[in-house]
Design a protein around this ligand. Structure first.
Ligand SMILES: [Fe+2]
Ligand SMILES: [Fe+2]
Length: 178
């Protein structure tokens, strides 16, 4: 593969994984919203979900223009995301927010890696760079917000965040390939 083809391949991989991730975010919030009773938390989740929808729309459009195939594991992201959302919301409000915190921590560093790559290998991709930069800032804000909403960290909360972080990391590396 030539360098150009490699970069092209990598760009497609980025768009595919980001699309899958933003889709996963929709399903997580969807799963949480089905379970949550508190009107305040519902409003918060709806607001976060709407912001993630902007990210999703962007990558959906990029997939169309660049003819990127979507992740073949669409049903897994859908049902996995939904299940993660439902389980964390059933466990309680603090777990719902812990889920956002843990996922966003992984996604923020994932977007940072992509920004580093693009700056180095494809600096001509101005639009993609500024979109990912903006989304990364959104995810950081979501992370900080979710963290502020939680009580001081207990052992089970810490364990839950660790587990969610591992699941998210695994999902990211799978979605890159498949
Ligand atoms: Fe997002
Ligand atoms: Fe986010």
């Amino acid at each position: 593969m030539t360098t150009d083809k490699l970069t092209q391949h990598k760009l497609h991989e980025m768009i595919r994984v980001n699309h899958a991730g933003e889709l996963g975010a929709q399903w997580i919030y969807e799963g949480q919203l089905k379970v949550v009773k508190s009107p305040e938390l519902k409003a918060t989740l709806q607001k976060l979900k709407a912001e993630e929808q902007v990210h999703l729309n962007y990558f959906e459009q990029e997939m169309k223009t660049r003819r990127v195939r979507p992740s073949a594991l669409y049903p897994l992201w859908k049902w996995g995301g939904r299940a993660l959302g439902a389980i964390t919301a059933l466990a309680g409000e603090k777990y719902a927010m812990a889920c956002t915190e843990a996922v966003e921590e992984v996604i923020t560093s994932h977007y940072t890696e992509q920004l580093n790559y693009l700056n180095l290998m494809a600096p001509e991709e101005h639009k993609l760079l500024s979109a990912i930069q903006k989304f990364k800032e959104d995810e950081e804000r979501h992370h900080d917000f979710a963290q502020e909403q939680q009580p001081p960290e207990t052992l089970p909360l810490k364990a839950a965040k660790k587990a969610i972080s591992l699941i998210t990391k695994a999902a990211v590396s799978i979605a890159k390939q498949i």
